[in-house]
Design a protein around this ligand. Structure first.
Ligand code: G6P
Length: 374
């Protein structure tokens, strides 16, 4: 067991730190740089015979549980943008509870690290019965979801042992960004955008390597938060999913209450919680929502909120109000890939919080890596 962990103390720690490599493996052979006059493109072998059908679908439905659901949520905006097809989100158990409508004209995308989660598998059976084209995105070759879907993409992140998913999350987002590019590849109008994302993907492992240098800073932050009852995470746009996923990590392993909040909903309830005691982490990296997040920070500050702000390199001054908040900077990447970079320091924060609080990082109480019963 020690050998597998290499120089690391825990699997979760190892899996967080190996993300530059796991992302490289996820993209290997799938990004095509293009020659002098050929466009850059994406090649997803498992989908090539189905892309036309996917492009003709009336709706794309993402279905998953836990971290896999959050990864799909992070990829939703870019899929909508590049495909022009409405994308809806379903937590597998909720789709089944409601017996929600799934049609023959739908493409249903099943996202699952293990490929064996019972709720996701049951939802797959349900979607197959309803005639949807079913696509699997899993990390496990030969898993039930990989076998029973019509087509799919393996994320190739390598074996993930820590119960809390880390490297699978970032690889899932990257696969879904590549999926968005592949579906949108017949549209001239967004070719530049697609190529910019492909360039961003090539450079992403380096950016993740850079953000991993925040390890000590996240440990210091964890020391400050060690005794807290609760931690709120504010995000929006591409990074609403980051807020949900960061809160899930803190809950799962650090056993601390944490909630991901859509910043656009702040005034519809969460603002009532704000005081000088409750720590609030605000994700305010550069994208189309940046100025709205700046205004959220100001409003939280006006209510004496105890803020920790994540911003893009060089933006610390534009996000710290009155010098009272703690700020840390992350490298900026193409907006739709920013969730991959942004989750990394928050995974580190959850990891350090857990170790400092004395809990089992790799096997949190009551949880299983793969939930194979309803
Ligand atoms: C369990 C795990 C989570 C995981 C979820 C979905 O709850 O503890 O880490 O995100 O199942 O698992 P899947 O294998 O379908 O991605």
């Amino acid at each position: 067991e020690q050998i597998n962990k290499g120089k690391y103390e825990h699997y979760m720690q190892k899996e967080i730190h190996e993300q530059p490599e796991s992302l490289t493996t996820t993209m290997r052979g799938r990004l095509i740089r293009g020659g002098s006059c050929k466009a850059k493109t994406v090649l997803l072998g498992g989908l090539k015979d189905h892309l036309k059908t996917i492009r003709r679908s009336r709706r794309i439905v993402f279905i998953g549980c836990g971290t896999s659901y959050n990864a799909a949520l992070a990829a939703r905006p870019i899929l909508e943008e590049l495909s022009g097809i409405p994308v809806t989100m379903e937590i597998a158990s909720d789709l089944l509870d409601r017996q929600g409508p799934i049609y023959r004209e739908d493409t249903a995308v099943f996202v699952s690290q293990s490929g064996e989660t019972a709720d996701t598998l049951n939802a797959l059976e349900y979607a197959l019965e309803n005639g949807a084209l079913c696509v699997g995105i899993t990390n496990t070759v030969g898993s039930a979801i990989a076998r029973n879907t019509h087509c799919g993409v393996h994320i190739n992140a390598g074996c993930e042992i820590g119960v809390a998913s880390t490297k699978a999350y970032t690889s899932q987002i990257v696969v879904m960004a590549m999926l968005a590019i592949a579906i949108g590849a017949d549209a001239i109008s967004n070719q530049e955008r697609r190529e910019a994302i492909i360039d961003g993907l090539f450079d992403l492992p380096n950016k993740v390597r850079e953000v991993l240098k925040l390890d000590q800073e996240m440990k210091d932050l964890a020391k400050l938060l060690i005794a807290e009852q609760s931690l709120l995470m504010f995000g929006r746009g591409y990074n609403y999913a980051t807020a949900l996923e960061a809160a899930l990590k803190v809950k799962e392993v650090a056993l601390m209450h944490s909630e991901g909040i859509l910043a656009g909903e702040m005034k519809h309830g969460p603002l009532a919680l704000v005081d000088e005691n409750l720590p609030i982490l605000v994700i305010a990296t550069r994208d189309g929502c940046f100025s709205k997040q700046q205004s959220v920070i100001q409003q939280l500050h006006a209510r004496k909120g105890r803020l920790v702000v994540m911003c893009s390199k060089g933006d610390a001054a534009s996000v710290s109000v009155g010098g009272s908040s703690r700020v840390f900077e992350v490298p900026q990447v193409e907006d739709c890939l920013q969730p991959v970079v942004n989750i990394v320091p928050l995974q580190l924060l959850a990891y350090h919080l857990t170790v400092l609080r004395g809990f089992n990082v790799d096997q949190p109480r009551n949880l299983a890596k793969s939930v194979t019963t309803e």
